[in-house]
Design a protein around this ligand. Structure first.
Ligand code: CA
Length: 353
């Protein structure tokens, strides 16, 4: 049984949070909406609602089915955008992780990311669907240039902007101890892969790790909404002893304490006639803590699924005061290069053909 943790935060610059996450084990997802003010959150919420609805209705048989649910989410966001002129142009990223018995499946659109941490190494499983990422893949920009490019937030793919959407799918075998991270770009823009790798490797329960990563992004400036979902695949021994990574330790410690308590009780019974009954006081004070320490090893339940997040007016580009090329506000740009881009239009010569 997996354990997990999640946290979403507005960050230090924006006034509203357009990120959403979904925790519905063994299905997990992150969505980062765009379109300004209410539109961004409407898009990310609609996408994850559609994902939830589809999952509850028909389940997921394979990676293709997971991709199909993202296509349904695309349709849902598009319908809402078309029904309300104020929501026109909205869209959202969506990165979903679904675990079956022995595989992880990822379906992905946009620039949120899925990572896997295994044996001390962090690996990014998804590719960003941004213009700068395309340019990096074509060798026209270095990763360093892309990281500070003013157009780095322009998406080349998103849910809800066109009737058809191409969804990236990948599946890979699970290994005991795998730790997965789903996150919005509010984390990856502020925190380096090396720092993320170190934090995931420091261990600790997934909820604590999710909170630490969000804090790190805020300490680095918190220029965007930050959302982190951590999913842990248990070690075999931990799975047998309880749930989650700490189950094994808690189970062993609990068993040791229980054993000590039994020995103390036996000594007390044997020793009672000799010692005048002084012994038994040791056992009741120890035994309860044994059960107490064993039971919390079950999954720390994350905050409720996409609990209502603070809303507010859109944090416009004027709200980003940092001089060092802050990320452009994605609400200002078109998510689809096939559509005309308004203000920070990337130079046509920089488009991949
Ligand atoms: Ca974002």
């Amino acid at each position: 049984m997996t354990s997990f943790g999640a946290r979403s935060d507005t960050g230090r610059i924006r006034s509203g949070n357009e990120d959403r996450y979904l925790i519905k084990p063994p299905l997990f997802a992150v969505a980062d909406g765009m379109g300004g003010a209410a539109a961004g959150e409407t898009a990310s919420t609609a996408a994850l609602d559609a994902l939830t609805e589809g999952y509850e209705r028909q389940g997921i048989a394979d990676a293709g089915a997971l991709g199909g649910l993202l296509a349904e989410a695309n349709e849902m966001v598009l319908q809402k955008a078309r029904a309300d002129p104020q929501l026109s142009g909205m869209g959202t990223t969506c990165t979903a992780l679904w675990l079956d018995r022995d595989h992880a499946h990822v379906a992905h659109v946009g620039d949120s990311r899925a990572y896997r941490y295994r044996a001390g190494e962090l690996q990014q499983l998804t590719s960003d669907h941004t213009l700068v990422a395309h340019l990096v893949r074509e060798g026209r920009l270095t990763p360093e240039e892309a990281a500070v490019d003013p157009n780095r937030n322009i998406l080349s793919r998103a849910l809800g902007v066109a009737p058809a959407v191409e969804v990236d799918l990948l599946s890979e075998e699970l290994r005991p101890g795998d730790r997965f991270l789903l996150c919005s770009d509010g984390l990856t823009v502020m925190v380096s892969p090396e720092e993320i790798e170190k934090t995931l490797g420091d261990g600790g329960d997934p909820q604590g790790v999710a909170e630490r990563l969000v804090n790190m992004a805020n300490e680095a400036g918190g220029q965007d909404n930050i959302t982190v979902v951590i999913v842990d695949v248990p070690e075999p021994r931990a799975a047998a002893a309880g749930n989650g990574r700490r189950g094994g330790w808690a189970g062993r410690i609990g068993a040791t304490i229980l054993l000590l308590a039994l020995v103390a009780a036996a000594l007390a019974v044997l020793g009672a006639p000799l010692l005048g009954g002084a012994g038994p006081s040791a056992s009741p004070s120890v035994a309860p803590s044994a059960t107490a320490s064993a039971s919390p090893s079950t999954t720390p339940v994350a905050t409720p699924t996409r609990s209502p997040l603070p809303t507010g007016s859109a944090g416009g580009p004027s709200a980003t005061p940092l001089p060092t090329a802050p990320p452009t506000d994605r609400t200002q740009v078109t998510p689809d290069p096939r559509r005309p881009t308004p203000t920070p239009s990337p130079s046509p010569t920089r488009f991949a053909p």
